[in-house]
Design a protein around this ligand. Sequence first.
Ligand code: MG
Ligand code: MG
Length: 269
Amino acid sequence: MIYLKSESEIDKMREAAQLVSRTLAEVAKILEPGVETGRLDRVAEDFIKKHGATPAFKGYGGKRNPFPASLCISVNEEVVHGIPGKRVLKDGDVVSIDCGVELNGYFGDHAYTFVAGETDDETMRLLKTTLESLYLGIEQATHGNKTGDIGAAVQTHCETSGFGVVRDLVGHGIGKRMHEDPSVPNYGRPGKGERLRTGMALAIEPMITAGTWKVRTLNDGWTIVTADGSTAAHFEHDIVIREGKAEILSTFDYIAEITKNEKLLTSYG
Ligand code: MG
Ligand code: MG
């Protein structure tokens, strides 16, 4: 069931998404070699609560194995759903930070991949390509197009650059629930899939690897890693479908003010 959002709902969703954007920037301020991932999580959780919102990931998944933190922090070969804790970031670590909040009944869910310190050119190419693919996907997210148009744009850009496109995890609708219909795969064929309509809100989130597209889950029941141990990148925006260009509800602008990493500041034209 796909829920189309009214303008007043979109206003609330924008506020939730923007709070996630600002939370990611708070984390960016202290993300460097030597910091514990658990500290990043505590900073994010405090910031979210201070702004009257609820961390959406904490407790997610139900009683059997609830996610224990406010951020997913996924380092190097970890793709998504990494659990923050005592791990200390090292120079060159590739750090995907995914954050979700619920604010006034609506969810925001978006992610950025940072580098702790500096890394090599090939890893930067992976991050840049993944970020570019996110914006290429968003360009296809217009009224009348299909989810396959988004997936094909992401897949083509990443695979022609020599990277792997994760199949097992996908983007999704978002709204009063963090995960709504439709699924938004990062692969597909133009003209196939669910038809996009004005008022649909989507989280688009390419998960791209330097090697295989295959992934597996660690024994913690959460952390997804690449099957071949290759490095992964993950960027996510929340958007709403409009007649022309989609509106991006979240933003990396606050991160840009902090990181000054010009190589990774591709913006939406
Ligand atoms: Mg998501
Ligand atoms: Mg996310």
